[in-house]
Write a protein that binds this ligand. Structure first.
Ligand code: ADP
Ligand code: MG
Length: 333
């Protein structure tokens, strides 16, 4: 059997059974946004890594090295944010084609450094090897959070409100626009979502410190897939109201002009890097005010239930089951 038969998630399930973590200090191995270790009586350490591959995650004709440096750190910081953590240090490993210009790499590191200094992260090392086919970027980040504040994917309870800390769909719409070589007046608006996502560390900290939320994840694979992760890990289902999903006017106008369905981008697009969480209904107003008073956003988009699966309620009240399987690197589409 090949990995293209099992798919990415089938493969991860397979190794999840084999890689049962050893040692009393391991609190969470595979299955959340970060691995979690105990560092002291109250403090936990978070570890996460993400890899970006040329022509899979980025194309050099669409993206300059400076924003690539920023984004390759940002996507990892987003996983720390998803658990309510504070990032501390990063390691950067590169597979580099031999003909790569040093100026290109300098600019990539300038981008990395600018993101690192915004979030007070030390760039502490890494590894460099030759790559025969395209650039490969692998970043690992560690962070910390107290045990009383950490948020897992598995804490949602039936009846919780589902919320987002920002708008979704635009990064995927930008890729769609580029893939179809479309001319669009607000292209630059969409591009910034794809090029320069802001990790929601501030939001994650406010939510964690408030101790009001029940589960959290960052939206890397789309609202449907990532809410699917929370639902599976928490043994709940959810109903999302399409009208309530926050989207940028530039995305709505793009869909209007080219006769596309904005909820496709909003639910299945991905690379949004906002936070998706759940909160008990009677705590939602307090959480909203903690976020909004700090200049952050809180959008309630639905509610969890005991039925399992994810459903979409459209403006006319129709309820349909939606696919939460998410983007799989190996499944044939
Ligand atoms: P995210 O989208 O938040 O980065 P992933 O979907 O990439 O999370 O990963 C899901 C889980 O599977 C994580 O706990 C991750 O550490 C684990 N994982 C993914 N690939 C591997 C691998 N090759 N070996 C071990 N664990 C893996
Ligand atoms: Mg994640």
């Amino acid at each position: 059997m090949k990995i293209s038969d099992s798919g990415e998630f089938g493969f991860i399930d397979r190794i999840r059974k084999k890689l049962i973590p050893h040692g009393v200090n391991v609190i969470k191995g595979i299955g959340d946004d970060c691995a979690v270790f105990r560092s002291s009586k109250e403090q936990l350490r978070l570890l996460t890594t993400d890899m970006l591959v040329e022509n899979v995650h980025f194309r050099l004709d669409w993206m300059n090295p400076h924003p690539m440096g920023r984004k390759s750190l940002a996507v990892n910081l987003s996983d720390i944010a998803a658990m309510g953590g504070r990032p501390s240090a990063a390691l950067i490993s590169l597979g580099v084609p031999a003909e790569t210009d040093l100026d290109f790499l300098d600019s990539f590191y300038d981008g990395l450094k600018s993101m690192a200094s915004e979030f007070d992260v030390s760039l502490a090392g890494g590894d460099t090897v030759r790559s025969p086919h395209g650039l490969v970027i692998c970043v690992a980040v560690d962070g910390e959070v107290s045990e009383s504040e950490i948020l897992y994917r598995s804490g949602a309870r039936p009846g919780d409100l589902v919320f987002l800390t920002g708008m979704v769909g635009s990064a995927a719409a930008f890729l769609d626009l580029e893939n179809h070589n479309r001319e669009y007046e607000w292209q630059a608006e969409l591009r910034k979502y794809h090029l320069d996502p802001r990790p929601h560390i501030k939001e994650g900290r406010i939510i964690a410190e408030s101790k009001l939320a029940s589960a959290m994840i960052d939206v890397s694979d789309g609202v449907a897939a990532d809410l699917g992760h929370i639902c599976r890990e928490s043994n709940v289902g959810a109903v999302v109201e399409s009208e309530k999903i926050p989207t940028d006017p530039a995305l709505l106008e793009y869909c209007h002009q080219f006769d596309l369905d904005e909820s496709e981008f909003a639910l299945h697009g991905g690379e949004d890097y906002v936070l998706l969480g759940t909160v008990a209904e009677d705590k939602a107003a307090s959480l909203e005010s903690a976020l909004v008073s700090a200049g952050c956003a809180f959008h309630a988009i639905g509610v969890t239930d005991m039925q399992g699966g994810i459903k979409l309620k459209s403006a006319d009240g129709r309820i349909t089951e939606i696919d939460s399987s998410g983007y799989d690197h190996f499944k044939r589409r």
